[in-house]
Design a protein around this ligand. Structure first.
Ligand code: FAD
Length: 431
């Protein structure tokens, strides 16, 4: 049948999940055509807007994604927000199959009093700010205090702590934005606490193999429980910047300053662990502790949003309900990445999971479970978008923006100076 000859497939989102799903489909089906829709004018999702600027080697996956985008059977369409510019039913009508890979764009709220005070922000927004995510460029984090508290102890919390404490001159040759670097240069933050409800054994850093995990645990226990020797105490006192982990503490309230206008600390309930293994829970002991600080960053997780009323969504788990990537009760609709599994796991995890979704889709195609007959694909969507005044950004246009960013970085020895204003990007492209 036609669909088996030239299946038209689209992927929503151009992060690792979108690109790895596309890669698998193109490799395993010699005729498949894949269009990738992305709401930002630029590709790569959290590889561009999440991964820390001082971890450039992680961003090498962009080379693989670029190869995928260069395939004659793949197209990238940026500046198209699915759910706003085009609906999922419209995509399903135009394609044989649709894969939702739009990530987790929200943050989990603390849901404690005082969370709304100035001086409190999500780690997600802070990361977006220093990585040039357009919607976070107005954040203006106040780094005039000497202590910051990060609520959460996962990888994102560690990234944020590192960026706050790294001497700015060490970030000068990264792709951190010029504006963020300027603010970090003025920072007075000297101490960063990472607060977690549970203990060192439950910390969510991604060290899964037993040996390093054991070593990390030993190190944590030693630094957390041992009294420093004289020399170490002197070093710590003279060190300009320091960080520490506070275990078994659960945030109860953000404490206001005396005038009530901004955050001045966090009230923590002391917890202890109950239960064993998977059933371990942190329960309050009844003791409280106040930790003074001028900046509170909540880092207790990302969260997906529903994209379109026609797509089932589990708002409790924050994922699209699915079986191995097949969206429940909607034939021809698939999902991959963080929106499928929830917002945990590194790029490699996302790759494995996206290949699996691709495999399920191709199985269904082979079994004749997808619509038969030709589908118009991008031609139909392009007509809709143009009638709505939406002008997509192609991959070759992104490459022009890429070249511009690299050129702007050259003078200052940076790998690139990111463009942070979508209007400017579109202007540069003559849109
Ligand atoms: P995303 O990367 O978020 O991609 C989703 C894409 O969908 C985005 O481009 C988004 O703009 C787009 N989108 C959203 N809504 C729509 C819509 N309605 N229409 C069209 N497009 C839409 N992993 C590592 O291996 N190493 C690291 O060092 C590392 N650092 C990290 C640092 C941070 C701060 C975070 C948050 C994560 C980090 N990760 C790291 C994890 C890694 O980023 C994720 O595993 C991976 O990005 C998840 O891929 P995804 O494609 O599901 O989501």
């Amino acid at each position: 049948s036609t669909q088996e000859k030239t299946p038209q497939i689209c992927v929503v989102g151009s992060g690792p999940a979108g690109f790895y799903t596309a890669q698998h489909l193109l490799k395993q089906h010699p005729q498949a055509h894949v269009d990738i829709y992305e709401k930002q004018p630029v590709p790569f999702g959290l590889v561009r807007f999440g991964v820390a600027p001082d971890h450039p080697e992680v961003k090498n996956v962009i080379n693989t994604f670029t190869q995928t985008a260069h395939s004659g059977r793949c197209a990238f369409w940026g500046n198209v927000e699915v759910g706003r510019d085009v609906t999922v039913p419209e995509l399903r009508e135009a394609y044989h199959a649709v894969v939702l890979s739009y990530g987790a764009e929200d943050h989990r709220a603390l849901e404690i009093p005082g969370e709304e005070l100035p001086g409190v922000c999500s780690a997600r927004a802070f990361v977006g700010w220093y990585n040039g995510l357009p919607e976070n460029q107005e954040l203006e984090p106040d780094l005039s205090c000497d202590t910051a508290v990060i609520l959460g102890q996962g990888n994102v919390a560690l990234d944020v702590a590192r960026i706050l404490l790294t001497p700015p001159e060490h970030l000068e040759r990264t792709d951190i934005t010029k504006a963020a670097l300027g603010v970090l240069r003025q920072s007075r933050v000297k101490t960063v606490w990472l607060v977690g409800r549970r203990g060192p054994l439950q910390v969510a850093f991604t060290i899964k193999v037993p040996r390093p995990r054991k070593r990390l645990t030993e190190l944590l226990l030693r630094t957390a429980t041992e009294k420093p020797g004289l020399e170490e105490a002197a070093r710590q006192a003279s060190a300009s910047r320091a960080w520490g982990l506070r275990f078994f503490r659960s945030p109860q309230q953000v404490l206001p300053s005396p005038d009530g206008r901004r955050a001045a600390g966090v009230r923590l309930a002391v917890t202890r662990l109950e239960g064993v293994d998977e059933a371990t829970r942190a329960v309050p002991t009844g003791d409280m502790e106040d930790l003074p600080c001028g900046l509170v960053l909540s880092s207790i997780g990302y969260k997906s949003r529903p994209v379109d009323p026609s797509v089932p969504f589990d708002s409790k788990l924050g994922v699209i309900p699915n079986v191995e990537g097949r969206v429940m009760d909607v034939p021809g609709l698939y999902c991959s990445g963080w929106v499928k599994r929830g917002p945990t796991g590194v790029i490699a995890t996302t790759m494995t999971d996206s290949f699996l979704t691709g495999q399920m889709l191709l199985q269904d195609l082979k079994a004749g479970l997808l619509p038969s007959g030709p589908r118009p694909g991008y031609a139909a969507i392009q007509a809709l978008l143009s009638s709505r005044g939406v002008r997509p950004v192609s991959f070759s246009e992104w490459e022009k923006l890429d070249a511009e960013e690299v050129a702007r970085g050259q003078g200052t020895g940076k790998p690139r100076e990111k463009l942070v204003d979508p209007q400017e990007m579109l202007r540069l492209l003559g849109h």
